[in-house]
Write a protein that binds this ligand. Sequence first.
Ligand code: NDP
Ligand code: 8X3
Length: 251
Amino acid sequence: MARTVFITGASSGFGAACARAFAARGDRLVLVARRAPQLESLARQLAEITQVHPLVLDLRERAAVEGALAGLPADFAEVDVLVNNAGLALGLEPAHKTDLDDWDAMVDTNIKGLMYCTRLLLPDMVARRRGHVINISSTAGDWPYPGGNVYGGTKAFVAQFTRNLRADLLGTGVRASCVAPGMAETEFSKVRFKGDTERAEQVYADTRPLTAENLAEIIVWVASVPPHVNINSLEVMSVDQAWGPLAVHRE
Ligand code: NDP
Ligand code: 8X3
């Protein structure tokens, strides 16, 4: 049965790949991002195979998110799957050297934008006793690394928020899942390094990162298990990535 799938961060990376993968199943799509050209170009392509409603929206703007979600056209208003994917890391400086504006942007997008979409779409899911919130966290939410400071903190929020959603949603039939990817090649590093493509490419050089399509396949699967099955959390890494030893400072 076709579902309505609301995907944030659909102008690139995991979100765009998810849009393609859900569209291939025949699901209806609401696609959210700030960059209109990318979003509208994808929406036009996918409109050839399914119904698509692009929403050019900055998820940090609570009033704009409230207005856009309240004004969803009737065909898209009953959201079955919310993929809270929009997010970003900015910078890799140690905490005492970071730009506070970068910290604000990460908290406002990765935490508050995700919170707004969830809070605004959940009541209808609960009323219909069906729905699924799939949150994209990161290995950075569980495993610290130098320069991960607030980015990792926002992703730890996403993981714990998802568990707490499950606690609140018990008995409603509404599901909540958290997918935590490791290194994946998307626009993520280009954004983190503020357009420095050479530095971004170094992140993925001579290794085999996850791809956006890998994540889309996993997210579609998480959304497609039988209705009484809830994938609570799912961590995924490239086989070329693992943990290192604890760091030791020596004089
Ligand atoms: P991309 O940079 O390719 O995609 C990020 C998406 O988020 C874009 O579509 C961007 O669109 C959107 N976005 C960012 N800020 C906002 C905003 N304020 N309002 C609306 N949309 C916004 O990166 P990924 O696909 O890799 O990232 C997707 C998610 O996966 C993020 O939450 C990221 O933290 C997480 N992740 C990524 C990993 C990786 O290694 N790539 C690993 C683990 C987790 P636009 O700029 O047009 O608004
Ligand atoms: C993205 C993966 O390791 O760059 O969340 O934080 S990492």
